[in-house]
Design a protein around this ligand. Structure first.
Ligand code: NAD
Length: 479
């Protein structure tokens, strides 16, 4: 029986006043698992008004009081990890044991991190030219943020905004996609239980129209967006003068040099391509292998690929579940057909796997001899595919890595420290990981793209959730 979900607005659980309901179908089972009410314009206005009112008081809480509140939220979330993870698997498709449980535990870390960080969010004392003046800076909250988030990490990514957003004294309205809001709505019960002031956090699922209503709303001061570059571009053109954190698409290259540990490189490249069925912004979207080690790499990668267990996501041995939605699966189909047309060689996989409850289960796929012009090499595929390209030497590999507009997170495998720095100095990417997967991730790592690419600008620290305020005091004649 499908569950009737409620919106979380102004600290209350409500059906809202909208006319539309989204039928949530599980990518894992194909079943209609929930009905998601979509908010009306009046519901959005109500969430914004409640956020402004709540934030007006919350901004005066001390950093230590806010930290304490976040620790209470984290404690409440901690009691519900299994249930939130179960719902996430059902609505998103990621394997429960291999990923979803750890994912929710990691998501909760954003509350712990923010609670620690805010206690050290120090301002400055600035020397003045006038001996009678004193000058200080404070980190003030921005106000009300709208967090517009994607479906690939439907709980984690909203919390990347809610944790630090609240710590810095803001209110946050989250708009998850209509097809993956349930886990987050379940988690929101922790806000009530922890005593988060009503209105400080609202959750209103929906699609583009609801996102646009928030982006253009006068009552929203900051936009936190995580999603595709195409949507990010639209948001930037609409949002006017608002603070923003924009986290967008990637096309993470992994470079395998001649002096690399080839077995480790192969295993971690395969992992980076199948984790979350490849639906990760920093997934290993392509491997650039130096000619001299190509054959050895392929041999090890084929061996590593045997460990990928595509299966029903609640099965304990499964480490890769279905794709989340048909547009993503269809994009994989297009990218693989294009690569085959251009002469690439499919080494394993190559399409949808039969015999599952939905058509979204996709075989882990490795393709060799991929030309650089192929869509699978140029664009973000967002599926379980490892395209292998070759380069003549290091200079060629670095140049290939940089022929992208999606420089989010890159990896380089080398046993030479000198070469590691050589690549880090040249690869145009928000993060360069040496000797680990492009999917390497820590909740506290500064994360964002490289200027001039379409990856956006991400987060460095809690400071980005604040406005600087300078206080100048004239003490009169102090002598
Ligand atoms: P998407 O751009 O389709 O949607 C993201 C969010 O934007 C959703 O909530 C969606 O409803 C909303 N939206 C869509 N159109 C909008 C509009 N016109 N105005 C306002 N909001 C709108 O992205 P997706 O398919 O949900 O997510 C996958 C993408 O997200 C991939 O490109 C991936 O690389 C990227 N991503 C990036 C990061 C990062 O940290 N850089 C992390 C995860 C995912």
């Amino acid at each position: 029986m499908a569950q009737d979900l409620r919106l979380y607005i102004a600290g209350e659980w409500t059906e809202g006043t909208g006319d539309d309901v989204h039928e949530l179908i599980s990518p894992a089972t194909g079943e209609h698992i929930a009905n998601v009410p979509l908010p009306s314009r009046a519901d959005i206005d109500r969430a914004v008004a409640a956020a402004r009112e709540a934030q007006d008081d919350f901004r005066h809480w001390s950093a230590f009081e806010r930290a304490e509140l976040l620790l209470r939220v984290a404690e409440m979330v901690g009691e519900n990890v299994e249930e939130i993870a179960r719902i996430q698997t059902l609505e998103q498709g990621k394997p429960y044991h291999a990923e979803s449980l750890g994912d929710i535990t990691e998501a909760n870390q954003y509350f712990y991190n923010a609670a620690e960080d805010v206690k050290r969010l120090e301002g400055r004392v600035i020397p003045t030219s006038d001996r009678n003046k004193r000058m200080f800076t404070f980190h003030r909250p921005v106000g009300v943020w709208a967090a517009i988030t994607p479906w690939n990490f439907p709980v984690t990514i909203p919390l990347e905004y809610v944790g630090p957003g609240l710590a810095a004294g803001n209110a946050v309205i989250v708009k998850p996609p209509e097809f993956t809001p349930w886990g987050l709505l379940k988690l929101a019960e922790a806000f009530d239980a922890a005593g988060v002031p009503k209105g400080l956090v609202s959750i209103i699922p929906g699609g583009a129209a609801i996102g646009e209503a928030l982006v253009t709303h006068d009552g929203i001061d900051g936009i936190g967006f995580t999603g595709s570059s195409a949507t990010g571009r639209k948001i930037i053109s609409m949002m006017g003068i608002k603070r923003s954190i924009m986290e967008m698409s990637g096309n993470g290259p992994t470079i395998v040099t001649e002096d690399a540990n080839i077995d480790a490189a192969a295993q971690l490249a395969v992992f980076g391509a199948y984790f979350n069925a490849g639906q990760v912004c920093c997934a290993t979207e392509r491997v650039i292998v130096l000619d001299a080690v190509h054959d050895e790499f392929v041999e090890h990668a084929l061996k590593a690929a045997q460990d990928v267990r595509l299966g029903e996501p609640f099965d304990e041995v499964t480490n890769m579940g279905p794709l989340n939605n048909e547009p993503t699966a269809a994009k994989m189909d297009r990218h693989l057909a294009d690569a085959a047309d251009r002469g690439a060689e499919i080494l394993t996989g190559g399409g949808r796997a039969p015999g599952f409850p939905t058509d979204l289960y996709y075989d882990f796929t490795m393709i060799d001899r991929v030309p650089e012009e192929a869509m699978v090499a140029r664009e973000e595929s967002f599926g379980p595919v490892l395209p292998i390209l070759t380069a003549h030497d290091d200079a060629d590999a670095a140049a290939m890595a940089n022929r992208t507009h999606l420089g989010l997170q890159a990896a380089v495998f080398t046993s030479s420290l000198k070469k590691a720095f050589w690549y880090a100095d040249r690869v145009r990417s928000g993060t360069v990981v040496i000797n680990d997967s492009t999917d390497f991730w820590e909740t506290f790592q500064p994360f964002g793209g490289a200027a001039g690419t379409d990856t956006g600008w991400g987060r460095g620290s809690l400071v980005e959730f604040t406005d600087p305020q300078t206080l100048v005091i004239d003490l009169g004649n102090v002598q």
